[in-house]
Design a protein around this ligand. Structure first.
Ligand SMILES: Nc1ccn([C@H]2C[C@H](O)[C@@H](COP(=O)(O)O)O2)c(=O)n1
Ligand SMILES: [Zn+2]
Length: 154
């Protein structure tokens, strides 16, 4: 019999596939926004803004001057998905491979997205993560962790 995946696996699968487009050598993140009709209305991954060549900007992590790291330049997956989206996001869900940072959470709340579904939370307990959850709880935006899944093809 053919394998059928559920909606969560499907949309998280799209988010994770999108992550493979990221040039970040350390952390690839993907996001997929879905409306109440289960239609995909935006996808994104972490990458540089338009016109900023991957080969001309740094990809280093936290050592040295901020200017020489990736952090001031990278657009996060969730923000890219919001910016790439079509139409009103009120009541939509966002599927992300990694729990959003505090900056993306601000954009998620302001865009009207009402639920976050995520798989990884490697920054759990950091100040950014705690601030993100504090804002989500105040704003009444739900967040749900799902277990990673593997599709077996026979
Ligand atoms: N929810 C998230 C968290 C992080 N990102 C991006 C930003 C960077 O490209 C990378 C994190 O870098 P690290 O310090 O883990 O090497 O992931 C995102 O898009 N969404
Ligand atoms: Zn972020």
């Amino acid at each position: 019999m053919s394998k059928v995946i559920n909606w969560t696996q499907y949309f998280m699968g799209v988010a994770k596939l999108s992550a493979y487009r990221s040039k970040d050598p350390n952390t690839q993140v993907g996001a997929c926004i879905v409306n109440n009709d289960n239609k995909i209305v935006g996808v994104g991954y972490n990458g540089l803004p338009w016109g900023c060549e991957d080969s001309e900007f740094p990809w280093q992590v936290r050592e040295g001057e901020l200017y020489e790291t990736k952090y001031p330049y990278v657009v996060h997956a969730e923000l890219n998905a919001i910016l790439n989206s079509t139409g009103n996001l009120k009541g939509c869900r966002i599927y992300v491979s990694l729990f959003p940072c505090h900056e993306c959470v601000k954009a998620i709340i302001q865009s009207g997205i009402s639920e976050i579904i995520y798989e990884d939370d490697k920054y759990n307990g950091t100040d950014s993560d705690r601030a993100a959850k504090r804002m989500l709880e105040a704003a009444g935006v739900k967040y749900t962790k799902v277990e990673p899944f593997v599709i077996e093809v026979k």
